[in-house]
Design a protein around this ligand. Sequence first.
Ligand code: ADP
Ligand code: MG
Length: 263
Amino acid sequence: MTETLTAPTATRGLVEITGVRKSFGPTEVLKGVSLTVEPGGVAVIVGPSGSGKSTLLRTINHLEKVDGGHITIDGRLVGYEVRGDRLHELREKEILKQRTDIGMVFQNFNLFPHLTALENVAEAPVVAQGRSKAEARRRGLELLDRVGLKDRADAYPRQLSGGQQQRVAIARALALDPKILLFDEPTSALDPELVNEVLDVIRELAKSGTTLIIVTHEMGFARDVADTVVFMDQGQIVEQGTPQDIFSNPQEPRTRSFFSKVL
Ligand code: ADP
Ligand code: MG
């Protein structure tokens, strides 16, 4: 527990990130980041490499502990509880339970190589939520169908393309019925011709009202799918707004300079 942690007051958003700070050794990589994502909202985070985007996502499920500020999901503090007038870190078991509210999809798919597509999707509901194997498999097939892979249920990751593996990873993240899904550059490791099949699945999730926070370099996709575009640089949110605001009418010189290089 650290001195600068503060307890939350009443919350509005499904996700509320308030004044989050994080250092690695002497380097402060998040310098007081605040962001609200409403239920069903889609926030897309863009910015140069090293600006703190992945670290911010990792604080949301307490894979990184914050040094200051706090995060709530659905009004509940992430990683801590208030006892008396102090914050105490939750026990590991509670943290794991809390993480089932948050699905995360990484750049490199991170599927279990020794499990089939269906087993990858059906594993966590059995282990983390105590659902029956039959129920988890039934639901797993539904989710594989949703990402267009029902006919590959018995394939192992090595037998699938990168785009297919990433779609399995999305189905797996959905299997715990999370309140929010986090994507960290979900298409950066894919061959260009496989990018769209993954973006299409994420677009469908956005349309269906799933709350999403997405880090991506795919600017066309960001423009399509985001309610809020967040531009991060050097550990800070420099500017945030609608896609129209940020892409067509950026106010800050740093934002303009970044887009002049990537668009
Ligand atoms: P981005 O995702 O925007 O590229 P990151 O959040 O990965 O940025 O990294 C932000 C900064 O924090 C970088 O300078 C990176 O080197 C540093 N960093 C990230 N994780 C660690 C770590 N576990 N230990 C030390 N430094 C780290
Ligand atoms: Mg990153």
